[in-house]
Design a protein around this ligand. Structure first.
Ligand code: HEM
Length: 456
């Protein structure tokens, strides 16, 4: 036997390596029990085990990406599609032909249809509705009363999305119904994703019946909106008109099911994410009165005391930084998934075709390797001279690449207007019975935030 033949084979450094398994797997359940028990802490610890790690979730192996540069590479690579357990359960409930779950040429065509409604130069047309809705909140709330932030935030988020994108007077009453339906659907959807009990959800228990009614009402509402718009013969310059006029790759009108699924696919992510972010902003204004006071004085210096308007948004830089910092520490979207379409690699790691991949914006945005004083709430870290030190892709609350949220400008404009309007009118205190612990669902939000507005 020659000496060479007993040498261990050294892996070729240029060949992608198998990612290590994360520590802490237990027999049978693997890492699943830790992920289910405390998903945020679990995802946040994974980077200590590697930039890409393998997880055992029951019988399945899932890949987790933990380093910011590799999440960017993942989102930008054509080797991965939107898929995985999160999206499959969404598709079953919400439809298979909407932009959030489609892939390939269907997705490209759908993005081309919806994109004009979200372009930077389209946003000013929504200004008057955003202003009206933000000021209506200030008017609705009375000093000293207890506000249920969940319903208030949902309400304003749904109203703005529905009134801006599906314009029409008929929207007012429907926006309320949409709110109720969406809130119930999201609660039930998360339960069905993390506890996939399949047939048990068909048993006619009160919770299942409530969920089914809400889901049916959501689909019915969308049908009503589409039918009424058609019957009106009107074609305002909005997203709904763009969808109704859209053509497929052969130049034929797109089908009814696709129109329906598209409206659902835009309204659902649009309301839950914005509503969760508004809840966190109210929690932060209550927790950090010093930052609330800075927002108020910025608004005063920009407006000189008149009501804040859409045209002020771009000058409210501290308010913007406060929102970005809120989204860093309390991101609405805390987990994203992809599936490898081919044998491929991420950094120096091998990813096999068919692999499900997860990554967590929550973990990436709280990583001490990317942020000094990483858990400190510090809006000034977004001042240009400091923001330049943040590693690339360490802060991407709207995602990256071809699946990037189309609504980044739309969302930031409304969040800035709402924050500026309510913080210049009131400071906030948490009310008795409030529970601001993080509730993990499809999005992250406070369990049950109750606040009292107090006049400055
Ligand atoms: C604070 C507010 C929001 C946040 C943080 C947010 C975040 C995100 C993220 C991270 C993605 C990318 C998912 C991925 O890469 O897998 C996404 C996609 C999407 N978002 Fe948003 N979003 C927000 C508001 C909205 C609003 C208001 C709308 C619509 C009215 C919307 C519609 C969509 C759609 C349709 C997609 C799918 C895009 C595609 O797959 O091509 N989002 N969002």
């Amino acid at each position: 036997m020659t000496v060479e033949s007993v040498q261990p084979v050294t892996p070729d450094a240029s060949e992608p390596a198998e990612p290590p398994f994360a520590r802490g797997a237990v027999p049978l359940l693997g890492h699943g029990w830790k992920l289910a028990r405390d998903p945020l802490a679990f995802m946040s610890r994974l980077r200590d085990d590697g930039d890409v790690v393998r997880l055992r979730l029951g019988p399945k192996t899932v890949y987790a990406v933990t380093a910011p540069d590799l999440t960017g590479a993942l989102a930008l690579s054509p080797d991965y599609h939107i898929a995985g357990p999160l999206w499959e359960s969404l598709e079953d409930l919400l439809g298979k032909e909407g932009v959030a779950t489609a892939n390939g040429s269907l997705h490209r065509r759908q993005r081309r249809t919806i994109q004009p409604a979200f372009r930077l130069d389209a946003i000013p047309a929504y200004g008057p509705i955003m202003e009206e809705e933000a000021h209506a909140l200030g008017e609705r709330w009375r000093p000293g009363e207890t506000l249920d932030c969940t319903s208030e935030s949902f309400r304003v988020a749904v109203r703005i999305a529905a009134r801006c994108l599906l314009r029409g007077a008929y929207m007012d009453e429907r926006a309320e119904r949409l709110c109720v339906a969406l809130a119930t659907v999201f609660r039930g959807m998360y339960r069905r994703m993390v506890v996939p009990l399949g047939p048990l959800y068909r048993v006619p228990l009160p919770a299942n019946l409530k969920f089914n009614r809400a889901l049916a009402d959501l689909h019915l509402l969308v049908d009503e909106i589409v039918t009424e718009r058609r019957a009106s013969g009107q074609k305002p310059d909005d997203l709904l008109t763009a969808l109704l006029e859209a053509k497929d790759d052969n130049g034929d009108p797109i089908g009814e099911q696709e129109i329906h699924d598209q409206v659902v696919a835009i309204l659902t992510p649009g309301s839950e994410t914005v509503a969760s972010t508004i809840m966190w902003l109210l929690q932060i204004l209550a927790e950090h009165p010093e930052h609330a006071a800075r927002v108020r004085s910025e608004v005063e210096s920009v407006t000189g005391g008149r009501p804040v308007g859409f045209d002020d948004v771009r000058r409210l830089t501290h308010t913007n930084n406060l929102i970005v910092e809120a989204m860093r520490l309390r991101p609405a979207v805390w987990i994203l998934t992809r599936r490898a379409m081919t044998d491929t690699a991420l950094g120096r790691y091998r990813i096999p075709a068919g692999a499900d991949i997860i990554y967590s914006p929550y973990a990436i945005q709280r990583d001490a390797r990317s942020y000094p004083e990483h858990l400190e709430f510090d809006p000034d870290r977004w001042l240009p001279e400091r923001a330049k030190d943040v590693p690339k892709y360490a802060m991407s609350p709207f995602g990256v690449g071809n699946r990037k949220c189309p609504s980044d400008h739309f969302s930031m404009a409304q969040l800035t207007l709402i924050t500026a309007t309510v913080a210049s009118k009131y400071r906030f205190e948490q009310a008795g019975g409030s529970d601001d612990a993080t509730r993990v669902g499809v999005t992250l939000r406070p369990h049950r935030l109750l606040v009292k507005p107090v006049e400055w």
